[in-house]
Ligand binder design. Structure first.
Ligand SMILES: [Cu+2]
Length: 273
């Protein structure tokens, strides 16, 4: 019994030391980060479908090339054919790609509309891109806002946060709840992007863009500004902690007090209405 317990603990320890639930890129990673929202699951499915189609076409073209090289080279085919038209072939190589493109367009548009239609939100967050940090505002939940800066290397190491991705004030959201993210830019165009959520929305000065996610797994998720916005563009990461509703409520109550002095700017609130 004791042995089994210590064995389990030994397994669990390294997982705790390197944040077990953190979703971030790894060295030698091939492919995308594991999906954490329904939108990202569908993006992955669509990506896989495209990959199969592309591999099929590449293999087909490769086979044709090899066949032509072997069967119709100078030695194997000393007298060249004088054929210059084949109506059936020409119709086929026009129609088949059209059919493939239409087959791709159907799930593509379905996914596009699924992403664009925001379900009724449980939480609304404004993500305001600034040179070079993010400000998060909760206009409907207590009307407070706070700044989220990247941790410098020493501070990140101390806080067991990944270098260049950890922030001082992460965004907290409840698991399995629809979170609407309204993005805008305070100076130039930024982009709020979290790969595991399948979310990337430009933050444009003078307008508010809307997107959403519903994280289905607890954990810490990282993203980065994805629109070149100036000298420190690479140093304004995004950290989102997906927690249980109870943990979220506790954070919200604390945040309301801690950031009480920081009201949502009037200009933004008017624009949001
Ligand atoms: Cu930026």
């Amino acid at each position: 019994m004791f042995l089994r317990k210590s064995f389990t603990a030994a397994l669990a320890l390294p997982a705790l030391a390197s944040p077990a639930l953190a979703e971030l890129p790894h060295d030698w990673q091939l492919g995308m980060q594991p999906a954490a929202t329904p939108v990202m699951v569908q993006i992955e499915d669509f990506h896989r479908l495209l990959l199969y189609i592309i591999i099929g076409i590449c293999l087909f073209v490769l086979a044709l090339l090899i066949w032509v090289m072997v069967r119709y080279n100078h030695r194997a085919n000393p007298v060249p054919s004088r054929t210059h038209h084949n109506t059936l072939l020409e119709v086929a190589w026009t129609l088949i790609p059209v059919i493939i493109l239409v087959l791709i367009a159907i799930p593509s548009f379905r996914l596009l509309y699924f992403e664009a239609a925001i379900p009724k939100p449980d939480v609304t967050v404004e993500a305001i891109g600034k040179q070079w940090f993010w400000t998060y505002a909760f206009p409907k939940d207590g009307n407070f806002q706070f700044d989220s800066y990247m941790l410098q290397d020493a501070a990140a190491a101390k806080a067991h946060e990944p270098r260049l991705l950890g922030v001082d004030n992460p965004l907290y959201v409840p698991v399995n709840k629809v979170v609407e993210v309204d993005t805008t830019g305070a100076d130039v165009i930024h982009s709020w992007s979290v790969p595991a959520f399948g979310v990337k929305m430009d933050a444009v000065p003078g307008r508010i863009n809307h997107t959403w996610f519903k994280a289905t797994r607890l954990g810490t998720y990282y993203g980065q500004c994805s629109q070149l916005c100036g000298a420190n563009h690479a140093y304004m990461p995004i950290e989102v902690k997906v927690v249980t509703q109870a943990e979220y409520d506790a954070w919200l109550a604390k945040a309301k007090k801690k950031y009480a002095a920081n009201e949502t700017p009037d200009a933004l609130r008017v624009a949001a209405q």
